[in-house]
Design a binder for this molecule. Structure first.
Ligand code: PEP
Ligand code: MN
Length: 342
């Protein structure tokens, strides 16, 4: 159920409704909006009696939720969520650029790339310390040593660190060294990991599973939100299809589809979405033109020697040029009045 508070409801009235919900053994999720506050209720196995809450002071209406999602939807929060990562944000007017290598390989490599990322004006640095590799014999990442290199990058450049947690223990580590937890495509339905991320104070970047429907992906975000973490950014990274000219097929339609249902920001990852260096720039521009809130891009100082995903890594000069292009394109997008859609 969803409780919509009156526009003039006081903080005390909102607090009282939340306390009443929690006292009934349910969980209240208070989501303030520009116009009004809505309170989502989770934790019930059977339908809740609407009358219990409808008459509380400050309540405008209590609505039974019939959709599979309760918290990620625009029903509870009309305006888009802006995810705050320290003093940077994703989902506002600025185009968020999250860039860096696939994997942290060494201090020298990481700093060479971070230097270019910082100069480009991007606010976020990505790099895996724990890599989910198809083969157990492939480079698995530097582990905690990689995280401490990322923490040094944060210190040196003020970049926000986005890095993957493969398991619950990994979340503990990212909380110690990073700024944003990445949950990868292969783990999109790792429910204990989603729940753990939902109990974190850090925002979460949730990549789409490589065979996930939109509904499954949004329900994965719902798992995180249901635990009380509302700071989630979705990332479309392509899905498996019969196509052989790309590593994955980037689903740009996910952008308007997500927007229609959810208030959460959405990024495009043209690197994993294509798997090919020469395609990344075109697909990054397409993502921005389609209205993505940002991009996740893999770049490397020596792509030919990259230990992971070398075929898709941009050379640093390619990356720098691309950022100039997408920022210019994003400015054009801001000036355009969106065409009304049904
Ligand atoms: C990555 O971002 O390096 C990664 C492993 O991505 P995905 O989970 O989308 O495959
Ligand atoms: Mn990668």
């Amino acid at each position: 159920m969803l409780i919509v508070m009156k526009t003039d409801a006081t903080a005390r009235e909102i607090e009282h409704v939340a306390t009443t919900i929690n006292a009934a053994g349910l969980r209240a999720h208070v989501l303030p909006g520009a116009q009004r506050t809505a309170i989502g209720i989770t934790g019930n196995d059977a339908p809740i009696n609407v009358a219990l809450f409808e008459s509380l002071p400050g309540v405008a209406e209590a609505i039974r939720v019939t959709k599979p999602y309760k918290l990620i939807t625009r029903d509870i929060r009309e305006e888009q969520t802006v995810v705050k990562v320290g003093d940077a944000s994703i989902g506002g007017e600025e185009l968020a650029i999250i860039a860096g290598p696939c994997a942290v390989e060494s201090r020298t490599q990481t700093f060479a790339i971070a230097d270019a990322v910082s100069r480009s004006g991007a606010r976020f640095f990505r790099g895996g310390a724990f890599k989910p590799r198809s083969s157990p014999y492939a480079f698995q990442g530097l582990g905690e040593e990689g995280l401490s290199i990322l923490a040094e990058v944060r210190e040196a450049y003020g970049l926000k660190i986005v890095t993957e947690a493969l398991d619950e223990n990994g979340v503990d580590l990212v909380e110690r060294y990073g700024d944003m937890i990445q949950i990868g495509a292969r783990n999109m339905q790792n429910f204990s990991l989603l729940r753990r991320a939902g109990r974190s104070h850090l925002p979460v970047l949730l990549k789409r599973g490589m065979a996930a429907t939109l509904e499954e992906w949004l329900l994965a975000a719902e798992y995180i939100m249901a635990e009380g973490n509302y700071q989630i950014v979705l990332c479309e990274r392509g899905v498996r299809t019969f196509a052989q000219h790309t590593r994955n097929t980037l689903d740009f339609a996910a952008i308007p589809a997500v927007r229609r249902i959810s208030h959460l920001p959405i990024l495009i990852d043209p690197s994993h979405g294509t798997g090919k260096n020469y395609m990344v720039a075109a697909m990054a521009r397409a993502g921005v033109a389609a209205g993505a809130d940002g991009l996740l891009i893999e770049a490397h100082d020596q792509p030919e020697h990259a230990l992971c995903d070398s075929a898709q890594a941009l050379r640093l000069e390619q990356y720098e040029r691309l950022v100039i292009e997408v920022l210019a394109l994003h400015n054009v997008m801001l000036d355009l009045t969106p065409v009304a859609v049904e």
